[in-house]
Design a protein around this ligand. Structure first.
Ligand code: CTP
Ligand code: CA
Length: 228
């Protein structure tokens, strides 16, 4: 019954969500990535769909089934993720960035597999910074005029409240969600710290599916308030 009560809280909204890691190619057979599983982003996509939203999920390389009723766009690199996000932004009313976007990519892509030359020397590798997808979306016109509600996530190893509060301001988002607890990557459960202009609030330890539903409800409440 409770589920039915809150079931259509995002009716009429269009959610765009990023999830998973990105993969930054070095050569045709290698690249750099990270251990993000995409589970939190996929759980949010599912919960938002169940709450009545139209949902577009931009996913890096993950091993997860597409939630029912969700439109999925698969990408590999941060730049592809940014392009996919930009191409769907016009329709969106909520943007949630859960992706663990690689901060840097190799400065150059080698067309052919890099081979050992037998000398024992290791290749030197230069990196360049990837675009900050969330920061770009949060500073876009629809976000600044209040037509697009932006939510960021933060992975911090220490001083979560301090770093995540600073990150919220730096990214220019109304709501920043911190992962509580050391290693959340790949796990089925988590605990979240929600930080907005009014302060912070904890969503205690639970499965990512439960947390996703709670987060959807928190976002629905904030959207309802902003339209009063
Ligand atoms: N993010 C993004 N594009 C990037 C980097 C991060 O969209 N190139 C988003 C993430 O999806 C997340 C938020 O920004 O919602 C914070 O990501 P995080 O990695 O915690 O922060 P960074 O700004 O990259 O800083 P750092 O990794 O140094 O803590
Ligand atoms: Ca980062």
């Amino acid at each position: 019954l409770a589920a039915h009560f809150t079931a259509k809280r995002l009716q009429g909204q269009h959610l765009l969500v990023t999830a998973g890691p990105t993969f930054e190619a070095i050569d045709p057979v290698r690249g750099i990535t990270n251990l993000s599983s995409g589970k939190m982003g996929f759980a949010i996509a599912r919960a938002a769909r169940e709450a009545g939203a139209e949902v577009t999920l931009v996913a890096g390389p993950v091993h997860l089934a597409t939630p029912r009723g969700v439109t999925r766009i698969d990408v590999q690199s941060a730049r592809q993720m940014q392009e996919a996000v930009q191409s769907r932004l016009a329709d969106a009313s909520i943007f949630i960035a859960t992706a663990a976007v690689a901060d840097w990519r190799p400065a150059e892509f080698a067309d052919q597999k890099i081979k050992k030359d037998g000398s024992g020397e290791v290749p030197a590798m230069a990196f360049v910074e990837n675009p900050d997808i969330l920061a770009a979306v949060a500073s876009s016109e629809p976000a600044r005029s209040g037509k697009l509600y932006c939510v960021g996530f933060a992975a911090e190893s220490h001083d979560l409240l301090k770093h995540a509060s600073a990150k919220r301001l730096r990214k220019g988002v109304p709501l920043l969600v911190g992962n509580i607890g050391p290693a959340t990557f790949g796990k089925d459960d988590n605990a979240l710290l929600l930080i907005d202009a009014g302060g912070s609030k904890e969503l205690p330890h639970a499965s990512k599916d439960v947390l996703a539903r709670q987060l959807v409800e928190e976002i629905a409440q904030r959207l309802a308030l902003s339209h009063l």
